[in-house]
Write a protein of this length. Structure first.
Length: 278
């Protein structure tokens, strides 16, 4: 579903007198970037959507089609791009230019309540490890969209609102192997940490990581659920929970449950007094 694959909606709010796309050429304007998870509860919502929200290529599947759907009553202009998607040692997503994926069109206009197809093709053959990319669909703001808005009663000015969606593209390896586990559990100064390591050759998508602190009699005294994300092949990701000082000293253990799309894995952290804040 959309929430699972669109990591964020990016809203660029710019005082806009002489806006001249592309957006990275804007100079001298105050820019405010807001990152919000796609949700029907937000006062601001994109006027378009992209389907499907993810795509698998590789093997006999060398091409595919995304549909960009304009749900508004106005024509919308879009810019499309594809980046190679990797993660650094801190589990942060990193994007670089690539020629592995061809796509068309790169710029398009979509009439009200209409849709256009974006066709993509694979130029690189599958390898021993999964290759990962992201397709970005960026709304190109127009002067017509400049208006006075009130975002949580904090932003009120002439602004241009631009949404950017990104969707993952996975190129499956020749022999997929999904292998992942909780690699480390530790706690210091009341901060519990679990590291999930992906040793397989395909991505893993974590739904959540839950920390459940329990007393010696098994009573749960603390619980926190941390949202998960993709862990690309060969990478690790850490998740943390800060235990309140008055609770930490009462804990005997912390059960850690990692929920993925396919199964749950669990670990246990036995709590020692020196792990809690003094």
């Amino acid at each position: 579903m959309m929430k699972n694959n669109y990591r964020t909606t990016r809203i660029s709010l710019q005082t806009c007198k002489n806006f001249d796309p592309p957006m990275n050429k804007v100079v001298g304007f105050l820019t405010v970037i807001l990152f919000v998870i796609i949700s029907s509860t937000h006062a601001l919502a994109a006027d378009f959507q992209v389907q499907p929200t993810t795509m698998d290529l590789g093997g006999k599947v060398k091409s595919g089609v995304f549909s960009v759907i304009n749900n508004s009553n106005e024509k919308i202009d879009f810019q499309v791009s594809v980046k190679a998607w990797n993660q650094d040692e801190n589990s942060k997503d990193a994007y670089t230019d690539t020629n592995d994926i061809v796509f068309f069109p790169k710029v398009m206009s979509i009439d009200p309540n209409s849709q256009r197809a974006v066709r993509i093709g694979l130029k690189t053959p599958p390898g021993a490890r999964e290759k990962t990319y992201r397709l970005f669909v960026q709304e190109i703001p127009t002067q017509k969209k400049t208006q006075d808005i009130d975002v949580n009663q904090k932003v009120k000015a002439g602004v241009t609102i631009a949404f950017r969606f990104s969707m993952p593209i996975f190129v499956k390896p020749l022999k997929p192997q999904e292998i992942y586990a909780i690699d480390k559990v530790e706690m210091a100064a009341g901060k519990a940490r679990a590291v999930v390591k992906n040793t397989g050759n395909v991505h893993v998508k974590l739904r959540s990581v839950t920390f459940s602190g329990k007393a010696a009699d098994g009573k749960e005294l603390y619980s926190k659920e941390v949202a998960g994300w993709y862990i690309l092949n060969g990478m690790s990701s850490s998740y943390e929970a800060e235990i309140p000082k008055d609770v930490c000293g009462q804990l005997a253990k912390i059960d850690i449950n990692v929920r993925t799309e396919d199964k749950d894995i669990s670990g246990i952290l036995n709590v020692q007094k020196n792990m809690c804040p003094e």
